[in-house]
Design a protein around this ligand. Structure first.
Ligand code: FES
Ligand code: FES
Length: 188
């Protein structure tokens, strides 16, 4: 005999939502139709992600969800209660920029800056997907973000610089692992 499954229906009124954003639990009473972008901007003071197209086209609202790039304007906040969200506000600290942010500054990769937070977060996600990207990889991998000021040449250089910084760090880590494995092999 089939057992009856109980289904709980949330909404349409406000419901309690808690999301882990940048390592902190962010809570609010919100309607289930509220997007992650609106919840971040209106309830939790996280205004780095921008609302431009509001329909998954421009990338100005890009954040990482469980390490993957996502348009926060196209996700419902209520669906992210088991996920980890990372926003531009988590980068850098103690007077230091994150290497990706530094690369955008070094390469003059912005004009009005409205798209920049989205590009930086997209670059963070992209570099976890492709460690040593070619120019073609960068063009393709960053094509989900648009810049109305047309600063693409600077952005492409910034992504290449960030990739080389991240790449050398990764190579150092691999080198350390190889040395430690050799040392371990000699001792056993
Ligand atoms: S505002 Fe989200 S993709 Fe444009
Ligand atoms: S710098 Fe102005 S939209 Fe990109």
């Amino acid at each position: 005999m089939k057992q009856k499954r109980s289904i709980s229906i949330l909404g349409p009124g406000k419901v309690s939502v808690a999301i882990n954003i940048n390592g902190k639990s962010c809570r609010a009473l919100i309607e289930p139709c509220v997007t992650l972008l609106d919840a971040m901007r209106e309830f939790w003071g996280l205004t780095g992600a921008k609302r431009v197209c509001d329909r998954a086209t421009c990338g100005a609202c890009t954040v990482l969800v469980n390490g993957k790039r996502e348009y926060s304007c196209s996700l419902l906040a209520i669906d992210l209660q088991d996920g980890e969200v990372t926003t531009i506000e988590s980068l850098g600290g103690n007077g230091q920029l994150d290497p990706v942010q530094q690369a955008f500054v070094d390469n003059d990769a912005l004009q009005c800056g409205f798209c920049t937070a989205g590009f930086v977060m997209s670059c963070k996600g992209f570099l976890t997907e492709v460690a040593n990207p070619t120019h073609e990889d960068i063009l393709k991998g960053m094509s989900g973000n648009l810049c109305r000021c047309g600063t693409y040449a600077g952005i492409q250089k910034a992504v290449a610089q960030a990739a080389s910084t991240t790449g050398s760090k990764a190579q150092r880590e691999r080198g350390k692992a190889r040395v430690s494995a050799r040392a371990k092999a000699r001792l056993t």
